[in-house]
Write a protein that binds this ligand. Structure first.
Ligand code: ARG
Length: 490
């Protein structure tokens, strides 16, 4: 092939990420070929020995994978043939196609990546819950439309972030079950005439199930579409946390201070502390969303069956995992070192009229006003108070009573303590009674429940890792038994 073109069609660079997966898959396939009487024990030993040399050379960093190869599958097969000759090495690819092989490798790698990213998300949730515990009494304004909405506690936001991340974890866990199925043995599209045993290779590689239909097994990449889709959703969530922290750490707001390790300076303005890592979390979200769109676009027009367009689906997947891993890691660091300016938060909260809705609701509770009347009353009250430069704590029952008369033509009796109950931010919060709402007692109740869920998630990921490790051990032991002298195996 023409040199430029050869480079154009090569996937060697992105196949770096499936090198060991390809070795494992090839070893399992050849063990199965021997089990099925398709290759002899000596042939298997020759093939395994060569693959193991390749493995240790790669591990030692003593392997040059030339970009002249079309892909890693061709490279590995060529290596074995060069080492043990075509008579034996030429049997390695019996009953297999690169189409089922690459689908297998990608599934194996995505499996590993999903476990790693899930562990990172768990650590991020852990630091959110730790922060939530710590800042339970940290009163602040809650925002809608970037305007003061209600009073609440900072903790409540942190628990909200954790709750969203739990759903990300669950989505990824869901996807894992579908990724964790073996396409190996599907051949190019319609299977093989040789008596291969798909369940045996699936078992050796730790897959609980097959992608049964051979056409589906080589054609489909919905497992990466959904995985990257879930990563995209995860990133949009991280991006919003980043945006909250960017606003809250601005000089004007001053609620948060990003630790020095996570702030960067300006080359020219000496006073600057830019929240650059947070901005890049926001930007890398674009990268992952773009990756998702690329993937969907690559796949949408493909005739059912393998088309080499599918080769191009690998880089966006790797890129997405890289972006997500880095973003989750950096955000965890930012959270654990974050300085929270509770005083500033509290003073903004008590100077704001974010207690207005609570005041209206308390008028509903304690007077005969309907909610709409109370809403109008408090709305006007706040407007006039702001014009007169009055703080919520300056409000008196008389002011409210007079306004009710003037505005609504109603005489209402307002007990003194109603105004106090609401205008003092802390007492206002302790009167919030909604399940899942902002009172610190409610937030306090929510945290241990999340802790418990987090433990369950940790156990699930550990179980997945253990299952993979167990199958790896079986495969490693089988390979080593064949390679060691005096083997008891056939
Ligand atoms: N390099 C290819 C990929 O990454 C492997 C399969 C190629 N199959 C083929 N018939 N050319 O998808």
């Amino acid at each position: 092939m023409d040199r430029e073109t050869a480079r154009f069609i090569s996937s060697i660079a992105e196949d770096e990420r499936i090198f060991f997966e390809d070795l494992d898959g090839t070893e399992a396939h050849n063990i199965m070929l021997h089990d099925q009487g398709i290759i002899t024990r000596d042939e298997l030993r020759g093939i395994l020995a060569s693959l193991e040399t390749l493995r240790s050379r790669k591990q030692k960093g003593d392997l040059e994978v030339s970009s002249e190869f079309e892909d890693i599958h061709e490279f590995i097969e060529t290596y074995v043939i060069d080492e043990v000759g075509i008579q034996v090495g030429g049997k390695l690819h019996t009953g297999r196609s690169r189409n089922d092989q690459v689908a297998l490798d990608v599934r194996m790698r995505v499996r590993t990546e999903l476990n790693a990213v899930s562990e990172r998300i768990i650590n991020l949730i852990d630091s959110l819950l730790t922060g939530a515990r710590k800042h339970l009494d940290c009163v602040m304004v809650l925002y809608t439309h970037n305007q003061p909405a209600q009073v609440g506690v900072f903790s409540h936001y942190l628990v909200a972030y954790a709750d969203r991340l739990f759903r990300d974890l669950e989505r990824l866990q869901d996807a894992y079950a579908r990724v964790n199925t073996s396409p190996l043995g599907a051949g190019p599209i319609g299977g093989s005439s040789l008596p291969i045993d798909r369940s045996r290779t699936a078992f050796l590689l730790g897959f609980p199930e097959l992608v049964e239909n051979s056409i589906d097994a080589v054609s489909s990449r919905d497992f990466v579409l959904e995985t990257v889709g879930h990563l995209a959703i995860l990133m949009t969530g991280l991006s919003r946390i980043a945006e909250d922290f960017i606003i809250w750490s601005s000089a004007e707001v001053g609620y948060l201070e990003i630790a020095d390790e996570y702030a960067s300076t300006s080359s020219v303005m000496p006073q600057k502390r830019n929240p650059v890592p947070l901005e890049l979390i926001r930007a890398k979200t674009g990268t992952v969303l773009g990756a998702h769109v690329s993937l969907l676009t690559m796949v949408k027009g493909l005739q059912t069956g393998y088309n080499i367009d599918l080769q191009e689906t690998k880089p966006p997947v790797w890129k997405s995992f890289d972006a997500v891993n880095a973003a989750v890691e950096v955000l965890t660091g930012i959270l654990t070192t974050l300085k929270v300016n509770a005083r500033r938060m509290a003073s903004v909260a008590s100077a704001s009229y974010a207690i207005a809705m609570d005041l209206a609701e308390n008028l509903v509770l304690d007077t005969a006003l309907s909610f709409r009347e109370a809403h109008q009353l408090v709305g006007t009250l706040v407007k006039e108070a702001l014009n007169a430069g009055r703080l919520p704590t300056d409000l008196t029952p008389t002011m409210v009573g007079d306004l009710a008369k003037r505005l609504l033509g109603k005489t209402i009796v307002i007990p003194d303590e109603v105004i106090q109950r609401v205008t003092d931010v802390r007492s206002c919060l302790s009167n919030r009674v909604t399940v899942g709402g902002s009172s610190s007692s409610e937030v306090k109740r929510m945290i241990p429940e999340r802790r418990k869920r987090l433990r369950t998630h940790r156990k699930r990921v550990a179980a997945r890792l253990n299952a993979l490790e167990a199958s790896r051990t079986v495969l490693r032991d089988t390979v080593h038994e064949y390679l060691s002298e005096g083997t008891t195996l056939r």
